[in-house]
Design a protein around this ligand. Structure first.
Ligand code: ATR
Length: 276
């Protein structure tokens, strides 16, 4: 059997991960000889699992919940976007044997919004729900698109305010609580809370979404999330979940590892068809 470079995704839980399927489709499409597997790794075993993986010839790793912050600490070098997001979803073994940490989540989101859904960001009023790791990871790439402003709303108001201050040198951004949104309206509302994972919805008032506005949930599932359903009820022009972001962040990781950029649209279509 020909030798294959080894890649994997670590996480906990990991059994429903679509990443192996996505990377195997990328490899087939670009004729790269790689293997890519999902490995169940709780936080307590992260260090030993990582050592074993790279000692056995692993070339690169994706890390997902709850390991992204640990991967950020573990990386010996960090890309600029990983430094800002304080989370790493992609580790790359470099020629000198050190691990470079990067974060492709934010660019994955922006690519999905702009290229796959033609949702403009420039001069748009954007609301981000949640002020945890998922929000932090998307702020810089969104601000680079010159939105009119970004508001971060969070249950714990201080977290939203602190996070907004960290990025205020990059654009017009502020943090608040859900009650403070009052009569504000937004062209794009992004759900970056973990509420979708438990089928919950942040406390959102009516009329938050401007006419022709769009909703996007960073989470995804085989059924529409509570937030995607909320967007539909608000008559959003588009109300989407994060499947496209998942594929686009994977494509960026694949490019970092292999130097080849997969074509994503056919793969997103395939995964969409499979879940319906
Ligand atoms: P992640 O890495 O997925 O962002 P996290 O850092 O734990 O996870 O952040 C979870 C985010 O979802 C937080 O902003 C959290 O709000 P609090 O900071 O107030 O806890 C938000 N969140 C989780 N469940 C929620 C719910 N049911 N309603 C509203 N916000 C929720």
């Amino acid at each position: 059997m020909p030798y294959k470079d080894q890649y994997a995704v670590f996480g906990h839980p990991i059994n429903h991960s679509k990443s192996p399927r996505i990377h195997q489709l990328f490899a087939k499409q670009t004729q790269q000889q790689i293997s890519y597997e999902a490995q169940e790794v709780p936080a307590a075993s992260f260090e030993s699992a990582i050592q074993q993986f790279f000692q056995q010839g692993g070339k690169g790793l994706n890390c997902t919940v709850p390991l992204k912050e640990l991967a950020w600490q573990r990386a010996e070098q960090l890309s600029r976007r990983a430094k800002l997001s304080k989370a790493v979803n992609t580790l790359i073994l470099q020629e000198n044997g050190t691990l470079l940490g990067d974060n492709t989540d934010g660019i994955g989101l922006v690519t999905d919004l702009l290229n796959n859904h033609a949702i403009p960001l420039s001069d748009r009023r954007i609301l981000i729900l949640g002020a945890g790791g998922a929000s932090r990871g998307i702020l810089e790439p969104l601000l680079q698109q010159s939105p009119r402003h970004i508001v971060i709303a969070n249950r714990t108001v201080e977290k939203a305010i602190t996070l907004s201050h960290e990025f205020s040198h990059l654009g017009d951004i502020r943090g608040c609580g859900y009650d403070d949104l009052n009569n504000a309206q937004f062209d794009l509302i992004l759900n970056a809370t973990s509420a979708s994972l438990t089928g919950e919805l942040p406390p959102l008032g009516e009329h938050l979404l401007a006419e022709k506005g769009c909703c996007y949930d960073l989470a995804y599932g085989n059924q529409p999330t509570a937030f995607v359903l909320w967007g539909q009820a608000q008559k959003a022009e588009k109300s989407l979940d994060g499947l496209g972001m998942l594929v686009e962040q994977a494509a960026e990781a694949f490019y970092l590892w292999r130097g080849v950029r997969p074509e994503t649209s056919a793969i997103i279509d395939l995964l969409n068809a499979e879940r319906s």
